[in-house]
Design a protein around this ligand. Structure first.
Ligand code: TXA
Ligand code: MG
Length: 324
């Protein structure tokens, strides 16, 4: 079983052990503000191979590189002016930028799945301290078996990967609860590759222009690895439910009761007050909790698609997609 160290009560021990295990080329689970990551030395091909192996993830799927600050990022990637403005405004935070890798940068091609670009981000909190202490970038996908729900606390990680990794750093519940928003600047326009924990409206306010959506007119860029079926609980997922079938688990929003919910296996409300930020933070944990009841289906009541609701609905659609 994995050793669990709490970063809030034993930060020095956590740093020391984490740096040691990472230095041996092994992946460890770390808390970030978005979701828990399965982190390994981005310059070590064996360490990267172990991430894919531990997750059971297809190799063609590139990983996000985590660095401690903009200065460190500059050593590995080249910034265009607009990407730099985004980085300065939103790092540390739930933003990943796709940028050309410097030809001499020691980020292994396995991290990039052979691409000439790399997804890079500066996480907040303890992850940031850890990278600074380790001194090298950390590649980190979410710390879950490929296709399953992303973990937002250390218990989720332990239940899923606990017998496959040596060390889990426990930093409590993830603040944001959704993976980072992935943006790519092309010819001076910002493209959205994955909606996530950074509100796109905040980006548009900063740049003064519209972010281009993948399905929007003329957009051709797709983030590799964005599989339709993803974030899947064991139970089936039913979206936009207006009533509950007996025995279903219900995850609702905004404090609105649904007909039939008194016979649900469990009733959870993502945010009784209708706050999308709170809903995002609760989403994956509630999916785990609903799943644990053994209900055959999880019904979701409609969630507004504005602000962080865009990313929430993106994850729900993937969770509801036919499984392969
Ligand atoms: O919040 C997050 O981003 C979390 C935490 C742990 O930081 N990490 C995460 O990583 O979600 P991951 O590996 O699940 O996301 C990787 C995704 C790929 O599936 C792809 O969509 C995109 O990032 N990506 C990475 N590198 C890319 C590249 N060079 N070009 C286009 N997309 C890329
Ligand atoms: Mg993931």
């Amino acid at each position: 079983m994995a050793k669990v160290i709490d970063t809030r009560t034993a930060p020095e021990a956590a740093l020391q052990e984490a740096v040691a295990v990472l230095g041996r080329g092994l992946p460890i689970a770390i808390p970030t503000e978005t979701v828990y990551g399965l982190a390994a030395d981005a310059t070590n091909p064996e360490a990267i191979a172990r991430i894919y192996e531990t997750k059971g993830r297809p190799r063609f799927n590139p990983l996000i590189c985590h660095v401690a600050d903009l200065e460190m990022a500059d050593r590995y990637v080249r910034f265009d002016p607009l990407s730099r403005i985004l980085a300065e405004a939103f790092w540390p935070g739930p933003l990943t930028l796709i940028l050309p890798v410097r030809p001499d940068a020691p980020i292994h091609p396995l991290v990039r799945a052979g691409l000439e670009t790399v997804g890079i981000r500066v996480p907040d909190g303890f992850a940031n301290r850890l990278i600074a202490a380790f001194g090298r970038p950390l590649a980190a996908p979410s710390a879950n078996t490929s296709g399953r729900i992303s973990p937002t606390n250390a218990d989720h990680v332990n239940a899923d990967l606990g017998d496959r990794i040596e060390l889990i750093l426990d930093g409590g519940a993830a603040k944001v609860g959704l993976e980072s928003t992935i943006l790519k600047v092309v010819d001076g326009s910002v493209h959205l590759l994955r909606p996530g924990g950074l509100n796109v409206a905040d980006v548009e306010r900063l740049t003064g222009s519209k972010v281009i959506r993948p399905k929007g007119a003329g957009a051709t860029i797709e983030a590799p690895g964005m599989l339709a079926s993803h974030y899947a609980p064991h139970a089936g997922v039913r979206l936009n439910a207006r009533q509950v079938t007996p025995g279903e688990a219900l995850i609702r929003f905004g404090g609105t009761a649904l007909p039939g919910e008194e016979r649900a296996a469990i009733v959870l409300d993502l945010s009784p007050a209708g706050d999308l930020r709170e809903a995002a933070a609760n989403l994956f944990g509630y999916m785990q909790e609903a799943d644990a009841t053994g209900a055959r289906t999880i019904a979701f009541s409609p969630i507004p698609a504005t602000g962080l609701g865009e990313a929430i609905n993106d994850r729900l659609e993937r969770a509801a997609a036919p499984r392969n």
